[in-house]
Design a protein around this ligand. Structure first.
Ligand code: AMP
Length: 289
């Protein structure tokens, strides 16, 4: 049964959010924050539920941040349905949905000062999407300054983003805890994603190969393979058997980091990206030993 909707206040201005949070801040309430682009689904829902368990107040931002979209077509077709997102956040148990306009977040246009995630932002997704992680790091920094939460919740689904957010919080000494939440998957293994809605039925079926490729890599690690090339080859072979899928990368890195490995020792993360038709999908699997 669907959980009953709670009251979830919609706030569109930074001033309005400040007024709403003034009391809880004064009382020292724990504020949990879940930043999103909107188009909410079960992945976002699990972050909100985790934040709900840990905090007195849960704030979800729905902000389709233009500065992290390097492809204008990707931004143009991204779902925008504030009413649907509002009922979703209410059902998931959030107290506040912060949905500012672009002008509210970037008055007078994108700022001059940005947050550069350095080398972390130029590999893997950053190589495929130049400028993407500068946009992410900048907006996350701004949203953390606006909301000033005790903890912020991010999905492991976006592994590189999580690595970058952790590093930026450490390097900029931001007073916030970062909580990582496990990837939510459909029963056939496909990681839930806003972009899955763009897949046709045949593409949707083919897209499950990403998870199978990750499983093949995990099996190789578990079987004792320490040669990273051989692990990556196991992932590639599985992915390339699916002709509807154009593999971009299949890589193994040390868990929590981004440098490629030649020899596997300790915990690792397997990363994959592929195009399925016009849709670019990413996924990952941690292998913890
Ligand atoms: P997005 O709206 O795509 O920027 O996602 C907002 C947050 O939800 C990010 O921290 C994502 O990593 C997280 N997220 C998206 N999909 C999933 C998923 N399938 N499982 C867990 N977290 C997710």
């Amino acid at each position: 049964m669907e959980p009953a909707a709670t009251d979830c206040e919609l706030v569109e201005s930074i001033g309005g959010l400040d007024r709403l949070l003034a009391g809880p801040r004064r009382r020292g309430s724990r504020i949990g924050f879940v930043p999103t682009l909107g188009g909410l689904h079960g992945g976002h829902g699990s972050l909100i539920e985790t934040a709900r368990r840990d905090n007195d107040i849960v704030v979800v931002s729905v902000f389709l941040n233009p500065t992290q979209f390097e492809d204008p077509r990707d931004l143009a077709r991204y779902p925008r349905d504030l009413a649907a997102d509002r009922s979703f956040t209410a059902r998931a148990g959030a107290d506040v949905m912060f949905a500012p306009s672009v002008e509210e977040v970037y008055p007078g246009g994108p700022g001059i000062v940005t947050v550069d995630p350095g080398v972390l932002g130029s590999v893997f997704e950053g190589a495929a999407r130049p400028g993407h992680f500068r946009g992410v790091a900048t907006v996350v920094t701004k949203l953390l300054a606006i909301v000033s939460p005790s903890s912020a919740y991010f999905g492991e689904k976006d592994y590189q983003q999580l690595v970058i957010v952790r590093q930026l919080v450490a390097d900029l000494s931001l007073p916030v805890g970062i909580v990582a939440c496990p990837t939510v998957r459909d029963p056939d293994g496909l990681a839930v994603s806003t972009r899955n809605a763009f897949l046709g039925p045949e593409e949707r079926r083919a897209a499950t190969v990403l998870h199978r490729a990750l499983r093949a890599g995990k099996d190789a690690v578990r079987a004792g393979t320490s040669d990273a090339n051989a692990i990556e080859e196991a992932m590639r072979a599985t992915a390339e058997a699916e002709s509807a899928v154009a593999l971009e990368y299949a890589s193994v890195v040390a868990d929590g980091r981004l440098e490629p490995l030649s020899t596997v020792a300790g915990d690792v993360a397997l990363l994959i990206a592929a195009r399925v038709g016009a849709v670019r999908l990413i996924d990952n699997l941690r292998v913890v030993r």
